[in-house]
Design a protein around this ligand. Sequence first.
Ligand SMILES: NC(=O)c1ccc[n+]([C@@H]2O[C@H](COP(=O)([O-])OP(=O)(O)OC[C@H]3O[C@@H](n4cnc5c(N)ncnc54)[C@H](O)[C@@H]3O)[C@@H](O)[C@H]2O)c1
Length: 667
Amino acid sequence: MTDFKKAITNGIPNEIPNKRELNPNISHAPKRKDLLTIEEKKLAVKNALRYFPKKMHQQLANEFVKELKEYGRIYMYRFMPNYSLKARHIDDFPYKSKQAAAIQLMLSNNLDHAIAQHPEELITYGGNGSVFQNWAQYLLCMQYLSEMSDEQTLVIYSGHPMGLFPSDKNAPRVVVTNGMMIPNYSKPNDWERFNALGVTQYGQMTAGSYMYIGPQGIVHGTNITLLNAARKIDPNAIDLSGKIFVTAGLGGMSGAQPKAAVIAKGVCIVAEINPKATYKRHQQGWVDEVYKNIDNLLDRALVARNKKEAVSLAYDGNIVDLLERIIEREINIEIGSDQTSLHNPWAGGYYPVDLSFEDANEMMNKNPELFKKKVRETLIRHLNAVNTLTERGMYFFDYGNAFLLECSRAGADVLKESGDFKYPSYVQDIMGPMCFDYGFGPFRWVCASNDPKDLEITDKIACEVLEKLMRNAPDEIKSQMNDNINWIKAASKNNLVVGSQARILYADAQGRVEIAREFNKAISNNIISAPIILGRDHHDVSGTDSPYRETSNIYDGSQFTADMAIQNVIGDSFRGATWVSIHNGGGVGWGEVINGGFGMMIDGSNDSERKLESMLFWDVNNGVSRRSWARNKEANFAIERAMKLNPTLKVTMPNYTEDKIIDNLEF
Ligand SMILES: NC(=O)c1ccc[n+]([C@@H]2O[C@H](COP(=O)([O-])OP(=O)(O)OC[C@H]3O[C@@H](n4cnc5c(N)ncnc54)[C@H](O)[C@@H]3O)[C@@H](O)[C@H]2O)c1
C-alpha cells in the first residue's frame, strides 16, 4: 500500500502529530466574528475534543482555545495531512467501494491548493464555502470512504461524518446535509455562532457537495448569459460580435467576464479598482489589454467593434469614471452590467469614486461612516450613468450581485412607479426564460482516470451527441444547443481545466441523458479508460430554490418556497445518485436559499445505464414541471415535450385564466 493510501486508511492519528505552520504563500480565511459567550466557547472546545482520545485532551484543549481566539474557529490545523490534496486516478485512492473512491477524488479536488480559496481552512470558494469544518472531519470522512462497502451509506451532517449505516447497493453511498437549520435560527449571525460551536457549516453550492470544478463553470455560465443578452437586443445576432459589453469587476467570479465575452466574440470593457486583481487576470490571459487612460481604451474599443474583433480591455480604475467618460464622448454601448461585490458593500465589495484604492481602504478602517456615505454617493452617480446610457439604447441587467438593491438603499433613481426595479436580473430576463425553463443547465462530468486523454474523448462524444440531437431539435431550443456545440468544440483550446479533468456543458434533460448514456457505452467498450462522475452545479433549472436568483423568474408566489430543492434530492437519492446533498445558503447567503445537488459515478455497467436514465430525467424535469406550474410558457413547452418523449411522465398542467376575469374581481 502506498504511503498516501496508508495515511487515509489510518484516519485520525492515535498520537498527537507534530505542529504544522500555516502556509504563508496561500490565502487564509479572515478572522471570524467573536460572538460566543465564555460558556459557549467552553462548549465549542468540548465539542471539538469529541474526535480525539482522552489522552490528547489537555494539550489539544489549550491549542483549540488559541485557535478560537485567533481565528474565530477551531480548524485543528495540527491535523492537516502531509500529502497534497488533489484529484488523482480513482485507483490511487484506497477503497472497497469504487463509488466511495469517486467521492474521495471529488472532495480532494475541492481542497486542492490550485482550486480552493482558503485551503487550510477547508474553504473552496465564496469566502465561507466549506467542505468540512475542521481537519478531524476530513480525516474521518476519508477513512470511512476508504473502508465502506457498496452496502453502506455514509451520513454527513455539515461536514461531520455521523457514521456508516447499513443500506443497499442501490442507495447513495453518501448523504450530505449542510447548514440545515430550524428556520428561525437561520440568520447570518446564527451561522457565525453555530459554526463556531462546531455544529454546522456553510456548504455554499459545490463546496460542501464535492462538485466544484474551478473557474470553468463560471466562464461557461457567463458566456451563455452574454450570448443570450446579445440575441435579446438583436434578434439577428448569432453571438456578441460587433457589440460592446461594459461592466466592472475582475475578482473571483467577475474575472470570468472578459474571458466569457471574448469566447462569445464580443468587445468587453471592464473596470477594476484593485490593480492586483487586474494584473492577475491579465497575466492569466483572462483579460487581453490593460489601460490607465480611458480615452485610449475607448478608442481601441471603437476600432475593435468596427472590425468585429473579439477582445477584452480592462480599465485600471473606478467604473463610475469609465461610464461618465463614455457618456461625455457620446459613445453608445450595447450591453451593460456590473459584478462588483455589492452583496458586501461596506467591507471592500464596492469602492467609492474620486478616492484611490489605498485611500478608500484606509477610510474603510478608520472612518467607516464616511466610507459608507462615499459608497452611497458613488452608487447614485453609478446608477445615473446607467440610466443615461440605457436612455441612449444600452440594455442593462443586474448580475445577481445586489447592485439594484444597494442602489435603491442608497436612494438612487432605480425604481419604476410600480415600485419594481427599472432593470431585470440576469435570471429574470435571460437565464430563466432562455435556459432554465427549457431544462438547460450546467451539466458537468469528471474523468475518474484523471487523464486529459479521457476528457478529450468525452468532449468528442458529447459534441457528436449534441449534433445528432440538433438535427431533430425544435426551433425553440436550437440556439441553446448550438451554443453548446460551439462551446464543446472550443473547450480544450480555451484551456479551462484546473484540477480534476472536468467539463461543463449546458444541456437539457434529453441532452444530459443521451450524453451520459454514450459515456457509459464508451466506458464499457474501454474507449474511456475509467468511470466518469456526473454532476451539475446548483445554478440550474432544478435543485435550487432562491427567490432572487435561480427561481427569480417564478411569479406565482412559490419562489419563496423550497419544496423543489428538497424533492430533487429525495428523488435523486432513490433513482440512483451515488451521493446527494442539500444545503442552506449557497450563493446568496445563509437563510436566503435552499439548494440541492447530486453526484453519480457511471462505470459502463447496465446498472449505471438504468440509474442515469432514471435519475437525470427526474433531476431536470422536476424543476421544469415546477416552472411549468408557475405558468412559465417556455417550461409548459418543455414539459409537454418531455411527456411525449416518455409517456410514463404525467405532469399536472396549469389552466390559464383570462386577465379580465381577475381584473374585474371585487374584494
Ligand atoms: N458570475 C456570476 O454568475 C454571478 C452570479 C451571481 C452572483 N454574482 C455576484 O457577483 C459579485 C462578484 O463576485 P466576485 O466573486 O467576482 O467578487 P470579488 O469581490 O472577488 O470581485 C469584485 C471586484 O469588483 C471590484 N470593484 C469593487 N468596486 C469597484 C468599483 N467601484 N469600480 C471598479 N471595480 C470595483 C473589486 O476590487 C473586486 O475585485 C458577487 O456579489 C457575486 O455574488 C456573480
